[in-house]
Write a protein that binds this ligand. Structure first.
Ligand code: T4K
Length: 367
């Protein structure tokens, strides 16, 4: 048990703002008495994020799920939407909450994203959109999805919860599809304690996004849409402004950690990494591996339990598949997603992990 960690090692450790800096902004918030509803820090953070993500339009929300719920309403989606079963429950649940049937499509093994060569077989006269996830920050095949959407007159929403600062060549991930959603939950590299955002190229959507985020209220006494309360408050926005300054350094640290994991774990057969195209700038959000039991000699579940014995809490993102949820009674035959879901394990991944921490974790895995 010499690899035992004294303190638990979780999948992530949120970046925390310098206390003094945060308290200074909190003091300003106290002095102003403005705690929410398009306050100064919200507007400042929206501006900074537009520039960092290189997107023309961005609005902040109180979490990624509310943002996604809103995006679906903004585009007037209805009927059926094609999506992936290999995702967090929030993805299909936002469709169901909008009265839409999620139609699941299998995934492609190396990227773990929706299989673009399978999508068309699920299109019916009820299909209104494709809701694809850039799983673990790895971009979907955006070109092919755009062509399918164009040919069948469908909208495209990208769940970019994991893809903060991902780029395809030089293009920000937030510029693809009709709308992209980002999550700023504390488990995300950039966070606002809880939060999210929508980005979109079409500026004419902006008014509706803002209306739906604020109960549909245009101004006092004028309610134009059946909106929701999706507003981010000033305490969240202030947190985000300070965390933003820490993101670049955190990304560099995660890059080194990712390289070290790969270097050690690739010494043995049976462990696979998510494939990234060389022209993609990664988000460094998660570090997923896939353990093929036949080649490696031990199963994903064995390694997950073994790590726990040493106080290391990896996560089986995403297991079970959305098609295995107790309430779901649709088709379940998605062989690639099923295999990936049984093999995947996200390892602890955050800048504070030391080289020796990573080596210890790898030693536990390699046994
Ligand atoms: N779409 C996709 C593809 C998503 O992955 C998500 C969220 C969404 C949409 C929805 O976005 P949000 O509405 O959440 O903005 C976590 C997160 O809650 C969730 O945001 C995230 N994806 C998902 C992949 O992971 P859990 O239930 O697995 O997290 P939890 O609370 O068990 O945290 C994991 C570990 O992180 C803990 O063991 C300890 C550590 N931790 C966590 C928190 C919250 C901390 O150290 N500090 C913290 O404050 O869902």
């Amino acid at each position: 048990m010499n690899h035992f960690f004294k303190s638990p090692i979780y999948i992530t450790k949120p970046l925390l703002p310098d206390r003094e800096k945060y308290f200074e902004l909190l003091n300003n918030i106290f002095d102003s008495g403005i705690l929410s509803n398009n306050g100064k820090y919200l507007l400042e953070l929206e501006g900074s994020l537009r520039s960092i993500l290189d997107v023309p339009n961005l609005r902040l929300f109180n979490n990624g799920t509310t943002a996604l719920l809103t995006a679906i309403r903004v585009l007037n989606l209805a009927g059926e939407v094609i999506t992936t079963p290999f995702t967090f429950p929030a993805t299909p649940h936002t469709l169901i909450w909008n009265g839409i049937k999620p139609v699941f499509c299998d995934i492609e093994e190396t990227s773990m994203n929706i299989d673009v060569f399978e999508i068309e077989k699920y299109i019916t006269n009820k299909t209104s959109a494709i809701l694809a996830v850039h799983t673990f920050g790895t971009p979907c095949h955006v070109g092919k999805i755009e062509r399918i959407a164009h040919d069948h007159n469908l909208k495209v929403i990208y769940d970019s919860a994991h893809a903060f600062m991902t780029k395809i060549v030089y293009e920000s991930i937030g510029n693809f599809g009709d709308i992209s959603m980002f999550s700023f939950h504390p488990t995300k590299l950039f966070h606002t304690s809880e939060g999210g955002a929508l980005t979109y190229n079409n500026s004419s959507l902006d008014e509706k996004v803002q209306l739906l985020r604020n109960f549909g209220i245009k101004e006092e006494g004028i309610i134009l849409e059946s909106g929701i309360n999706g507003k981010m408050n000033e305490l969240q926005a202030a947190m985000g402004l300070i965390i933003l300054d820490l993101v670049e350094e955190e990304r560099k640290k995660r890059e080194s950690i990712s390289n070290l994991y790969k270097q050690i774990l690739s010494q043995r057969n049976g462990i696979y990494f998510q494939q990234l195209h060389e022209l993609v700038v990664p988000s460094y959000q998660y570090f997923p591996i896939r353990i093929k039991e036949k080649e490696f000699g031990k199963s994903r579940d064995f390694i997950y339990d073994e790590l726990k014995k040493y106080n290391v809490f990896a996560r089986k993102y995403f297991y079970p598949l959305c098609t295995e949820y107790s309430y779901y009674d649709g088709p379940k035959d998605f062989p690639v997603a099923k295999t990936v879901s049984n093999e995947v394990l996200c390892l602890p991944f955050y800048g504070e992990l030391t080289e020796s921490d990573v080596e210890n974790i790898c030693n536990i895995i390699l046994g």
